[in-house]
Design a protein around this ligand. Sequence first.
Ligand code: PMP
Length: 385
Amino acid sequence: MNWHTRIHTDLAAQAAKQAYRRRTPRRADVPPPEIDFDGTRLLNFGGNDYLGLSRDESVIAAWQQALSRFGSGSGGSPLVSGHTDAHEALEQLLAGWLGYERALVFASGYAANQAVLLGLLGKNDVLLADKYCHASMQEAAALSSAAFRRFAHQQYHQLAALLPQYAGRCTLVASEGVFSMDGDCADLPRLHGLCREHGAWLLLDDAHGFGVLGDEGKGSAAAAGMQPDILIVTFGKAAGAMGAAVLCSHHTAEYLTQFARHLVYSTAIPPAQAAALAAACTRLRQADDLRARLRSNIAYFQTALGQIGLAEKLLPSSTAIQPFICGSNQAALDAAARLRDFGLYVPAIRPPTVPMGQARLRITLTAAHSRADIERLAEGLHNAV
Ligand code: PMP
């Protein structure tokens, strides 16, 4: 078989199982909560800009000013010449705010997850991860020479049974704070307790909890009153921008600086972006009003769905991610198409991103939505299924 045939055959197979993916450009100049595809204006229930901060004036001004002063790029990887005083200031702000000795900034959450797992885990080490952890972790685990076992989603008794099997080895337990496709929260006190009991470290990817949960938006761990050994926060969601940081001890940061290849061999984010991220963090700390509005939107949506008899279609979630289960790929695609005809954008999420037979509408609520927007969503769902 040659490449042409191979690619053609695989794409046809992808289409046959209703799993073909397409990127559709949206108009970049349309602010939330609306979205515009090809001139069609829709209400957006398909983004992770949970607080609407991508349009925050203080962050935009900080980015613009820093761009004029610092130029467009960092000019190098962090160890050579790319790490600037703007990066250093952001890392110190994050470490002080979130209560860690050190923070290391990365270009994305995907890179941060891979950098930590591949940088830290050697062949005698062990990674135990919730089965629903992000693709970036699953992939790093597959690439790593460490032993890798998964426990069923939130089935901590399985983790409790696995931990003693690796006694005496460096073991990392990985979980998300808020799971990206289900919206449920990990039982962090339980995870923390199990890790302490067995001398394992807890790695928490809090992409969807950071900025949204806890005092000052410090995230899932702060909300649960505990601190993971390594915390990963990302800036592409509630912070309304892009990038990520790893929070850890001084020694762990030093270790990652030696061995995390994404840090050693990849260009540092632009200094202007680092300055904008610092402004976004400052804004996040003061965003109790936006967090309260988001919480009230979540409660309003759940009540509205209960009133029209659709509450049982939702997975149990108290967060901004409200998954509406459709079942087959076709059912999810049909529902998304009907919602679109009704003026609503809600993405259909299909396997392998979610388990087979659990294709869903991944509804995301934000602080930028009004009560009327949510009523329209409930009406749309009522008509669409
Ligand atoms: N972790 C989780 C839980 C995520 O949902 C995502 C984004 N989909 C990432 C990591 C990757 O973050 P980024 O988009 O910054 O690469």
